[in-house]
Design a protein around this ligand. Structure first.
Ligand code: KG4
Ligand code: ZN
Length: 319
């Protein structure tokens, strides 16, 4: 059994996953409410909260799995990309647990983790496939040849904001609470997606761009008197969501006609899931950050043997 730990952003998460990809426990403690007052994640607050939560969250994962550290065979932890201070809390905790038990430790790339959410039971997707990874921090179009991170090739990426970031910034402009993706998703159901003609950026190749769309929403909101904004909020949300989903779907379709999978927080979006009916979508609880996906990725990553991981470090971004 693998104990997975994830602290790259504002979710403190621990999971117990078997070598065969069965989830025995998947505990996620979201700090979203703590950061909502600031309209986004405050890195220093995130680190401090991870420090408070990491031990109880690991304990709860073991408890829910009906197991103890005696039965854990290896530890897996997100080493990056993410907020460096937040990552270091998870890495230090994972090292301490692994060291005290003489266990191997696997450092996992967070993006590999999102892709590996597709490899857990009962889905157990087999490569090759094209993968849209859309989250708060990343928007990537990937060619996945096998289950290792080395088997993943980036074909397209965002030139500015990530899709989830576009949702969150749009939500803020509309006066919705953080994180805004799920809020826009909900409000859009009451609105007319054709009410506003928001632009879909035309960038060459398979890259994405969302900053122009955000500006278009800013102008639309700015031109409305407050009372009007209230009345048009659902229409604005639905039109904005439609533009983001169209941009994502266009690129997926341009990537070719092979099998497609969608992962990451934005893969939870109901309109995106409906717009790609033939795609394999990560199960809803595994779209947003969690530790089960990290333990899953560890199954396809070489572990560092017991005692040799003191030099294992976190990294904020991929060069
Ligand atoms: O994967 P994730 O939990 O964290 C990162 O690795 O960034 O993704 C979080 C992002 C946030 O931007 C959030 O607004 C977005 O996923 N999100 C959604 C939905 N649920 C979460 N975006 C659109 N529709 C949703 N239903
Ligand atoms: Zn993520």
């Amino acid at each position: 059994m693998i104990l997975g730990i994830e602290t790259s952003c504002d979710e403190t998460a621990a999971a117990v996953v078997t070598a065969g990809g069965e989830i025995r426990a998947n505990v996620v403690s979201s700090q979203a409410e703590l950061h909502a007052a600031y309209g986004g994640v405050v890195p220093e607050i995130a680190s401090r909260r991870h420090l408070e939560l990491i031990v109880p969250v690991v304990r709860e994962a073991l408890e829910r799995a009906g197991t103890t550290l005696d039965e854990i065979d290896s530890v897996a932890v997100t080493v990056g990309p993410g907020l460096i201070g937040a990552l270091l809390v998870g890495v230090a905790a994972a090292k301490a647990i692994a060291w005290s038990r003489g266990l191997p430790l696997t450092g996992v790339n967070h993006l590999h983790g999102h892709v590996a959410s597709l490899y857990l039971c009962p889905l157990g997707l087999e490569p090759p496939f094209t993968c849209l990874l859309a989250s708060g921090g990343h928007t990537l179009l990937l060619d996945v040849a096998d289950r290792t991170w080395e088997g993943v090739v980036v074909r397209g990426r965002t030139l500015d904001d990530a899709a989830g970031e576009a949702f969150d910034k749009g939500a803020r402009l509309l006066g919705l609470s953080y994180p805004g993706g799920a809020e826009i998703d909900r409000l859009s159901r009451e609105g007319d997606p054709a009410a506003y003609d928001f632009p879909v950026a035309r960038v060459p190749g398979l890259d994405f761009s969302f900053s122009g769309l955000k500006t278009a929403l800013l102008y639309a909101v700015r031109d409305l008197p407050p009372a009007q904004l209230e009345a048009r909020r659902a229409d604005l949300a639905a039109s904005y969501q439609r533009a983001i989903v169209r941009a994502l779907v266009e690129r997926v379709e341009a990537a070719g006609n092979g099998r497609v999978a969608i992962v990451g927080g934005v893969a939870a979006n109901s309109e995106l899931r409906a717009a790609l009916p033939d795609a394999t979508a990560a199960p809803l609880p595994l779209c947003t950050d969690n530790a089960a996906m990290i333990a899953s990725a560890a199954r396809y990553t070489a572990p560092v043997p017991a005692g040799e991981y003191l030099a294992l470090d976190a990294f904020a971004s991929t060069p």
